[in-house]
Design a protein around this ligand. Sequence first.
Ligand SMILES: *Cc1c(COP(=O)(O)O)cnc(C)c1O
Length: 383
Amino acid sequence: MSTSITDVLHSIPVDPLTGAINIPVYQTSTFVQQAPGVNQGYDYARTGNPTRHVLENIVAKLENGIASYAFSSGIAAIDAVLKLLKSGDEILAVDDIYGGAYRILTKIYNRFDITVRFVDTTDVTTIKSQITSKTRMIWLESPTNPTLKVCDISAISKIAKEDSDVLVVVDNTFASPIAQRPLDLGADIVIHSATKYLSGHCDVVAGIAVTNSVEISKELKFLQNGCGAILGPWDCFLAIRGIETLELRYLRQCENAFCLAQFLAKHPAVDKVHYPGLPYHKNHEIAKQQQNGLFGGMISFSLKNDTIENAEQIVTSTTYFKLAESLGGVKSLISLPCKMTHVGVPREKRLASGIQDSLIRLSVGIENVEDLINDLKNVLGQS
Ligand SMILES: *Cc1c(COP(=O)(O)O)cnc(C)c1O
């Protein structure tokens, strides 16, 4: 199933003008025409830019889609996909959806009479019973943030297709196309916050939407140009540069995270460890299959002494794990969801979805794993 990284790297064209091995940053807003309406494939940079096209081509390849479109952020890519809907339509969405997606759905798209219902997507039968005649889209994340829940993308896509017209969208930010390719599993659209693993160095905010349908591709292209939230050429260059090492980085991050999850699972100060690679994870077998044997670089865990104060002490005391939001970069990050990413979610709702007060999230980087283990030993106590 894997896309050859050789193919991805070498589909980045050598510059025909100079032989530059990297795609130039075409920092231009307009393109000179030979005659009115006669040009070399580009007329105005919102509509098309050569640097952006290279990024869009390689991400389409990585996800095994026919086309992809780059946006100024992950949220802008989500926004474009939601604009495929019209007033009166309904979305079924994963219940612990990314916070920014929750906000755009419940506080912005509700103004246009597009409604959303949140469902437990870890259980396929629930979804089936929730589809109505108004349902037009199923919105999935797998693994989810921050409790790493996994759903069966292939089974859900089958259900969506049985019920005619329901589009399946997967936010593939956490798994990355190295572990998981939702279009191969039956999904219609994949979105990424390219800010995270794709770019991988915490130096750019970017989003991308990929599809394998000609019809959806035309619509997304129309929306990208029509609404205008394009990714600028310099950021496209950085994203391309990041993607060149995506596979190397991601494999190392998975390896490191696997070791850390095992270490945490045995540590006496730790209560629960959420990681799809652990055999007792609810959907471990599905994760193993659909994620190509890779379980990702994200882990979350709670403490036996389940207080915010205890967790706060820990997240502010690590050396290598830096206290910050975001994820997927080469340097390890640590965060406290209840006071950071999920501060807007009422405590009851947080607890119901497994976000305990002491739940700590790790984005594991590419450091030497012994250093990361020692860093955690220093703050949790020697095990
Ligand atoms: C960060 C993130 C987004 C939003 O992306 P931005 O680039 O921050 O706009 C969407 N989905 C997931 C899973 C994310 O982690």
